[in-house]
Design a protein around this ligand. Structure first.
Ligand code: GLU
Length: 304
């Protein structure tokens, strides 16, 4: 497959598109990012790397970190996890409170904020130092220790986390949060503040393309059965209330974040990340979605 040629043609095409998206501003620090940033990096299972633009520049991965947190929690807890968080698409915005009230504090899935907060609660219960353990896990996936958080994003999000605090309070009232809510929120915001580049994210997500094995040494670090499930949840729940649209247009499992990043996985083939900060009205990177749609169209490869 001529991936570099395909990526270059995507780059040429999107450089002339009028981007109508808007950079996320509800966390003030995120609004400071340069809206013109654009990068893409594809890590192929058997033929190397292909990229363009700002693909080595670190950005705020935000909700993409929810995939790492879920993976870690599934390794620690097994299927019991799914008694506290469901695996259904929500059809509601990522930070919505409404479903929680009539579904008794059980979040629809681990990728909406409520679900990720339950996952963080589990990590706080199970791990002595969840922040470090999560970063260590990512370091192992990428085979690099050069990944950490952006302090300014962390502080900025902390000051504007009233909705996430409400979600925690509501779930605590239903008995689905076991720990101190300040500690759970602190871990959640820490995860959202992690910075990685398109190159690093694609490398990390290769475990989901490679049946749970690290590509660089073939060590099995996540059982393939769990990878199958994580990919299924990414496919059905990875794009807020636009998961159906992403499946329809791109046809790959993936996860987006309000920092403008999207990672998608073609199991057995590649992991690909695109970063363009302006978001569409549903909170997904506008050019990111378009680039990935073009990628699956031009490669003619699909999981379906
Ligand atoms: N830190 C964000 C929040 O909780 C994550 C949002 C996202 O990327 O979906 O609001």
């Amino acid at each position: 497959m001529e991936y570099q040629k395909i990526l270059t043609s995507i780059q040429n095409e999107i450089s002339s598109i009028d981007n109508t998206g808007k950079v996320a501003s509800y966390i003030p620090e995120l609004a400071k990012v340069d809206a013109a940033k654009l990068g893409m990096h594809l890590h192929c299972i058997n033929s190397g790397h292909y990229h363009f633009g700002d693909n080595t520049e670190k950005f705020s991965i935000q909700s993409i970190s929810k995939v790492f947190a879920l993976t870690k929690a599934m390794l620690l807890l097994g299927d019991d996890l799914f008694e506290r968080v469901d695996v259904e698409p929500s059809g509601d915005p990522f930070n919505s409170l409404v479903q929680l009230e009539y579904e008794n504090g059980i979040p629809r899935n681990p990728f909406i904020n409520a679900g990720a907060l339950v996952v963080c609660d589990i990590l706080v219960s199970k791990l002595e130092n969840p922040k470090n353990d999560l970063l260590d896990f990512i370091h192992k996936l990428v085979n690099s220790k050069n990944i950490g958080i952006n302090r300014n994003v962390f502080e900025s999000e902390k000051k504007h986390s009233h909705r996430n605090m409400s979600l925690l309070n509501l779930m605590k009232a239903f008995g689905n949060i076991k720990n101190n809510i300040e500690i759970v929120l602190d871990l959640y915001i820490h995860l959202c503040s992690i910075e990685m580049s398109c190159e690093e994210l694609s490398k990390a997500f290769m475990i989901y393309a490679n049946g749970g094995k690290l590509l660089y040494n073939q060590e099995q670090i996540v059982p393939s059965r769990k990878v199958k499930r994580i990919n299924a949840i990414m496919q059905t729940c990875g794009f807020y209330d636009e998961a159906g649209e992403f499946s329809f247009r791109v046809g790959l499992p993936g996860k987006s974040g309000v920092g403008g990043g999207i990672v998608a996985v073609h199991p057995g083939q590649y992991a690909v990340t695109v970063w363009s900060p302006p978001l569409n009205p549903k909170g997904n990177s506008e050019l990111g979605m378009y680039s990935l749609e073009q990628l699956t169209t031009l490669t003619g490869l699909s999981i379906f």
